[in-house]
Design a protein. Sequence first.
Length: 351
Amino acid sequence: MAKQVAVLAGDGIGPEIMAEAIKVLDKLKLDIKYKEADVGGAAIDKHGKALPQETIDACRESAAILFGAVGGPKWEKLPPEQQPERGALLPLRKIFDLYANLRPAKIFAPLADASTLRPDIIEGGLDLLIVRELTSGIYFGDPKGITEEEGFDTMRYKKHEVERIAKVAFEAARKRGKKVTSIDKANVLSTMVFWRNTVTEVHKKYPDIELSHMYVDNAAMQLVRNPKQFDVILAGNMFGDILSDEASMLTGSIGMLPSASIGEGGFGLYEPIHGSAPDIAGKGIANPLAQILSSAMLLRHSLNMESEARKIESAVEEVLNEGYRTGDIMSVGCQKVNCAEMGNLVSEKIG
Ligand code: NAD
């Protein structure tokens, strides 16, 4: 039976870039049904809330969610919990227990000059994946609070929480460079001693994967000193939050980066890391590549279609090698294309 994917395009450039991702997926002629549903500001306008029940139901009956972007000035005056991002993405993460956040940071060779790093540091390509625990750790631990005299939070990890995120990292490494660097602060924090011990225990089931441990302060430094040493970086919620932003900025182009938030049984939500870009919405000039690459991640992680995922990624690489660029990644001597033209070029390279 055909698998179903819920398609939540959202606001701003969301629908424009989503149309291109679906165009590329269609070209692969996969046995997938796409179910569109409203989310974000568009859903507030139509149904009165950012995540209507119909949308939750559409996601529940699907194997994965392909998400565009939500938000915009029109909804900024609503109470925070009703706004598009808080009102849609946070509940989706909670309802589907999306505990693993996967953020690749890859520099496509022809875009190397967009990086803030010296060319010799990224020569030969930077390609790493950050696996961040998303639903526990210091952002969620109890007790937390503020009094006149102090502010406090609790960093806490349960064994099963560390085990399941470590598994995600080892499985991901198996499909890549077979190396995991686990980030902690085991020299200072008890939670992190526990983290290191648990990751080491889980590693016993993955003898084909090389595991090393690194303190978070050193990792922050190594990411700018020698980022090519990394394949998969495994981190808890707060350290992963910081390191994934640092790593994505090394690539220099926000319109290029996909992400995934994964739950049990392979279910996941896949989205570009950028927002709804209201400043360029409706102009047809957005870069659709982060959305297209998010659909490749969906095929890889939720539908087990590794070779199809690679087809999409290679097609993107070829188009960039041939010198085609949307405005945000434009450089001298390249051919400027709009959103739909970029989608056409990528889909022409497939099959
Ligand atoms: P943004 O990522 O939307 O835009 C930042 C800058 O990058 C803008 O100049 C924009 O034009 C550019 N940009 C982003 N994506 C691009 C693309 N694909 N092609 C070309 N240029 C691109 O961030 P922002 O301006 O801070 O936020 C705008 C809205 O998006 C806000 O309402 C915010 O809440 C929302 N947002 C949503 C998500 C999400 O849906 N996950 C994430 C971040 C921000």
